[in-house]
Design a protein around this ligand. Structure first.
Ligand code: RAM
Length: 915
């Protein structure tokens, strides 16, 4: 019997754009992704999530309807696409295959599925709209002003005031639809009739603006009224007018003065159309309240310069200037496909203390990224100064040495006459402490609110254990990860750098996917990286290449392949591979030119930031601690060839598979001849990284694997007394490398250390995020951020895949088949974790109960799981009170290394085993 009530379809997801519509019982944080506007593709991918009671629900067929109006969809008319019933178990990443989509098309869609439990009803509808696909769709003109004003200065520490633009226009009655397409470089705020449009901040997203420029699309039907309207924008500098212009021009990319492009399209009920564009008829001024704004140095806002009503009708702009028609920056216009940056949460300060007359220091209790909203009362013209830092000095004053020459100072000038409330809009800060100077009266924690600003990504994971230190490490990691998302992943959010360094998020992107749905952010980053590739194939270390670093090493650019692989493995995003395959291959072919006799000679950073021998050092000088750069580069080349073979296979390129395999085999032979010492069974200097890379990348001869692993064990346990000794490279493979060979206990030991060097050491020293250096409390401040995520390595992957035991199968990717294999290491009593995969929610909660192992799991509909229950025998395992092997929907497969392996379909299970 078909019981429709028991199957609900959840989450219609347009993966290549941004749509999640929640249906059913679960409450995803997904509203913001619903109904994406102005996507830049004619073949969006559709995914849905099935939820239902009972076990073993699998999809047998689906039908998608896409309609051009809501009414048609309601009437079940798929005038754009009716897929009809398609026999398939695929429920994610289905390419739209209906009528060709033109610019501006609105699409409403829904899906129904047939499953092992019967047929579902139609899902709730969701929608998307197509952006402006052709350059000819744009009638608007770029406007700006390619100069500073007398109060501006263009120098190393530039001061450039915000520019304010406005225009009035008349609209007739009977507006059916109004859509505005907006680009403001670097940042913009947009208003219609005084109302802010959208809740995004720090938009336009950062790109290399000579390659691509992202526009936003807003439905503003409700904002336009019959009669006269005013449309207005404020433009800030962002990455466009760079933070250090005219300073080291060979290193820092400059784009020019802020500019904008705006097109407002009105559609009337009677079929007529009206378009309002940015052009020479606008007015502008730079003599408004934002006197300067600069990501490194801060924002200065003079409320005495406010222009009441400037963004509404009737404002007298007679003294304002005419903007110049300026050159486009050269980049292709593309609709935003990744989530916008928003204020995602608020933080109440812990304390404010007077440190010397007129100067207070406030503690937010958390190293956070965003800004401060301040309430203040005082006299006209009084100035309050806010300066931000991650730590304080002994005397309680700020410690700013590690921010290098970033001035990180906001200044607010009061207009007077009552309570004023303010926060900057075109800058953000990375800080825990704030110095408050010249605040009128006594500042209290109630006068300030921290606003956390980053890409607003759905949270995918939760992770909690019986070990408090591990929970703190996890918590700090989450703060670090989110704080470093700024439309691209950054290295750090506070000093005069804030650059999208590639290797910082190599395995990191994979770790982060367990915490946030980072699929679209990283798809965007792959585009950034591809756009940064030189014609000869070279890929930089920083992309977008705001800093001109094309050092041609292997490990930083390798991130390009690692991220593409992550998107495929975690989300089933095959487009990440197909779109970037040619560029990845080109890069590898280019790097081949630096190979001498199958050894890759190019390396720059080595195993960056290993724990140094003395506390003040940034980089170790001890050749026993560091790892030979060529060894690293060659091992990476080999590893990447393996990944490329896989990609080529998936994309049906058999000749490439062969070529890559042949080259890989030659590299392996030469690598072992060069670095492996048959007598000592060691690679190179026997550092953990030297042995780990070949072992984990499968380069070690079968007969030597045990011995090589023994060297790693000895190095960690004996020489390093259970401590970590790897840097940014080794740490990416370490925890999994140990666990795969049966030594999760060593990984656990390193995780729970609290003395130097360890993650726990950072926590114990009061860190609330992660440090750039293992010795971040003592090292030279010239490179010592307190909020870097690169030393996390594969720790979070290990938390989820190994401690919780939630992992996608490597062939049946994207959690279509799930490998549930926890490591109940000694010292850990329970883990409660969940991961919202693209197929649905996976849960794993295990606890040790006397001699019993109790494990609750949830497997989403339309997936299966291989479940490894720690047990002496299959007979010792119960499931929901039954013998597991005969329990409904549970199939015993075999015993494997002290675990009983079962196969299950979707549903909730409770396993109990007696050990
Ligand atoms: C530092 C960056 C980054 C790292 C590079 C090599 O300056 O902060 O973390 O990737 O160096």
């Amino acid at each position: 019997m078909i019981n429709r009530a028991y199957i609900a379809l959840l989450a219609l997801l347009l993966l290549s754009c941004q749509c999640f519509a929640a249906i059913g019982t679960q409450n995803l944080r997904c509203e913001m992704l619903m109904n994406p506007q102005g996507i830049q593709t004619t073949s969006p991918r559709l995914s849905w999530e099935i939820t239902g009671d009972g076990r073993g629900i699998s999809q047998t067929a689906y039908q998608i309807l896409v309609a051009s109006t809501r009414a048609k969809l309601t009437a079940n008319i798929g005038d754009l696409w009716d897929s009809h019933k398609i026999t398939s178990d695929r429920s994610v990443q289905i390419n739209y295959a209906g009528k060709p989509l033109a610019s501006r098309t609105a699409c409403y869609w829904k899906v129904k599925v047939w499953t092992s439990n019967g047929e579902s009803t139609w899902s709730q509808p969701a929608s998307w709209s197509v952006g402006l696909l052709n350059p000819a769709d744009w009638k608007a003109k770029w406007i700006g002003y390619d100069n500073g004003f007398p109060w501006d200065s263009v120098s190393k520490f530039s001061r450039l005031s915000a520019r304010y633009y406005r225009k009035q226009f008349d609209a007739a009655s009977g507006i059916k639809k109004a859509t505005v397409y907006m680009v403001g470089l670097g940042h913009y705020e947009l208003f219609i009739n005084g109302q802010p449009i959208g809740d995004q901040v720090l938009s336009t997203p950062p790109t290399d603006y000579t390659k691509s420029v992202i526009y936003n699309t807003f439905d503003v039907t409700k904002n336009i009224k019959q009669g006269t309207n005013a449309i207005a924008t404020a433009l800030g500098n962002g990455r466009f007018f760079t933070m250090r212009p005219k300073y080291k021009p060979q290193k820092i990319k400059e784009f020019g003065f802020p500019k904008m492009l705006l097109q407002l399209e009105l559609e009337y009920n009677n079929g007529t159309k009206q378009t309002i564009i940015s052009d020479g008829s606008w007015k502008f001024t730079a003599d408004g309240p934002i006197r300067t704004n600069n990501e490194y140095d801060g924002e200065e806002y003079d409320a005495t310069k406010e222009m009441p009503g400037w963004n509404t009708i009737g404002f007298n702009d007679a003294k304002w200037l005419k903007p110049e028609l300026v050159q486009a920056s050269g980049g292709k216009l593309v609709g935003q496909m990744n989530e916008p940056i928003r204020v995602v949460q608020t933080v109440k300060p812990l304390s404010v203390k007077l440190v010397k007359p007129g100067m207070y220091v406030m503690d937010m209790g958390q190293n956070m990224v965003g800004w401060l909203n301040m309430k203040v009362r005082g006299m006209h013209g009084q100035k309050v100064q806010l300066r931000y830092a991650e730590t304080t000095q002994k005397d309680g004053e700020l410690y700013v040495a590690n921010l290098r020459d970033a001035k990180v100072t906001d200044v607010y000038t009061l207009k007077g006459g009552g309570e004023e409330s303010w926060h900057p809009v075109f800058v953000y800060h990375g800080f825990r402490y704030v110095e408050i100077v010249d605040y009128p009266g006594t500042p209290t924690v109630n006068d300030f609110e921290g606003q956390v600003v980053n890409d607003d990504l759905p949270v995918t994971g939760s992770f909690e254990t019986s070990n408090n230190l591990v929970n703190k490490i996890y918590r700090n990691a989450v703060w670090g990860i989110q704080g470093n998302y700024k439309g691209m992943p950054l290295d750090c959010p506070q000093r005069n750098e804030r650059m999208p360094w590639l290797a910082d998020h190599a395995t990191g992107s994979y770790s982060e996917s367990f915490v946030f749905d980072n699929a679209k952010l990283y798809a965007k980053w792959l585009d950034d990286i591809e756009q940064a590739q030189k014609p000869n194939g070279s890929i930089p270390d920083v992309a977008p290449a705001y800093w001109n670093y094309y050092s041609d090493n292997m490990t930083w650019p390798a991130t390009y392949l690692q991220v593409a692989g992550m998107l495929y493995h975690q989300y089933g995003d095959k487009e990440a591979l197909s779109k970037h395959y040619a560029s990845m291959k080109k890069w590898l072919v280019y790097m081949r030119t630096f190979m001498k006799d199958y050894i890759e000679t190019k390396d720059k950073y080595g195993d960056w930031c290993v724990p140094p021998e003395s506390p003040e050092l940034i980089h170790s000088k001890d050749t026993l601690r560091t790892t030979d750069g060529k060894l690293i580069a060659t091992a990476y080349y080999y590893k990447l060839l393996g990944m490329m073979q896989n990609f080529a296979q998936l994309l049906n390129k058999p000749q490439d598979v062969k070529d890559f395999a042949q080259l890989a085999s030659k590299i392996k032979t030469r690598f072992n001849q060069t670095y492996f010492d048959d007598k000592t069974r060691q690679y190179a200097n026997n550092s953990v990284t030297s042995n780990l890379l070949p072992l984990y990348f499968d380069m070690v001869p079968e007969t030597a694997k045990k011995d090589v692993f023994k060297n790693i064990e000895d190095k960690i346990l004996v020489a390093n007394k259970g401590h970590i000794s790897t840097g940014v490279i080794g740490t990416q493979w370490l925890m999994r490398g140990l666990t795969d060979r049966g030594r999760a206990d060593i990984a656990w030991r390193m995780t729970t250390n609290t003395d130097y060097p360890s993650w726990g050491y950072m926590v114990n020293k009061g860190a609330t995020t992660f440090w750039e250096l293992w010795n971040g409390d003592t090292a030279n401040p010239s490179m010592n951020s307190q909020n870097h995520v690169m030393l996390l390595g594969d720790l979070l992957v290990w938390f989820y895949e190994n401690l919780a035991g939630i992992k996608s199968d490597s062939k049946d990717i994207a959690f279509k088949k799930i490998v549930m294999k926890p490591e109940p290491v000694d010292g850990l009593d329970f883990v409660n974790a969940s991961y919202h995969s693209i197929h649905g929610m996976v849960k794993s909660s295990w606890k040790k109960d006397g001699g019993r192992f109790n494990w609750k799991i949830s497997i989403p509909a339309n997936t299966t799981a291989m479940v490894y229950v720690p047990a002496k025998s299959a007979a010792a395992v119960m499931e929901s009170g039954q013998k597991a092997a005969t329990s409904k929907g549970v199939k015993f497969i075999r015993m494997e290394n002290g675990r009983a392996l079962f196969e299950v379909g979707s549903g909730d299970y409770v396993f109990d085993s007696i050990n």
